[in-house]
Ligand binder design. Sequence first.
Ligand SMILES: NC(=O)c1ccc[n+]([C@@H]2O[C@H](COP(=O)([O-])OP(=O)(O)OC[C@H]3O[C@@H](n4cnc5c(N)ncnc54)[C@H](OP(=O)(O)O)[C@@H]3O)[C@@H](O)[C@H]2O)c1
Length: 238
Amino acid sequence: MSLKGKRVIVVGGTSGIGLSTAKAFLEEGAQVVIASRSSAKLSEAKQTLGGNVETYELDFRSEENAASLFKKVGEFDHLVITAGEGAMGDFRELPVDQAQTAFNSKFWGQYMTVKAALPYLNKEGSISLTSGVYGKRPAKGASTLAAINSALEGLMRGLAVDLAPIRVNVVSPGIVDTPVYAGMPEEHRKSMFNAIASQLPVGRVAQPEDIAEAYVYLAKNGFTTGTVILIEGGALLS
Ligand SMILES: NC(=O)c1ccc[n+]([C@@H]2O[C@H](COP(=O)([O-])OP(=O)(O)OC[C@H]3O[C@@H](n4cnc5c(N)ncnc54)[C@H](OP(=O)(O)O)[C@@H]3O)[C@@H](O)[C@H]2O)c1
């Protein structure tokens, strides 16, 4: 199914996996709309992606914000959500409110965005959510993320049934070199990536482009629904 001229919204499209995904859809000839909280990130992304991209400020943790975004955007064909913030920490140490904050972002943000988008989404279109490999194979300290990612994958299976014929899928990335790790000291980040890469069959961590391809595939392939695409460099085998 061609994406030429199709209207695609990437919530979280200003950074990392979302930014690469917006670029990949543009390369397919789609009309791309990106949304995130920061106006600075939106203008930087618009510069990177070129003038054809529409940009909107959105904090997807608010149902009202999401509703008003989709009212402004109007009808469209494919929804991709890559926005979301997690929480890492040993279960015994991580305060419950930090786990709840992460759920409010990564789980409830995606949930509310889908709900708000539905009146405007083409019935022949698709929804792609984002989980993460810790849903299947948690590292130490990833119990909260494991729960969020598993909840998203369960939600997706329910939505694929409830919202049919709209197709609903999840992309589950392994470790990807994105600005989400920008807060770590350079040396620490490098040694973490090297340690992870050395355990993976592919011998490297992912680049955002590796993951972006999956969202394009899910929008294009009219026979795929209710599926998790796991792109983790073989992490489940290591
Ligand atoms: N990188 C990895 O290793 C990895 C691994 C597995 C899964 N994932 C998942 O992949 C997704 C993308 O991660 P990434 O590494 O690409 O992160 P990133 O580079 O930090 O990008 C996150 C994007 O989401 C937006 N965002 C965050 N909170 C938002 C909110 N409340 N409302 C609207 N937009 C919001 C950010 O923009 P603003 O700040 O402007 O809002 C940004 O555009 C996340 O769900 C993450 O959990 C990542």
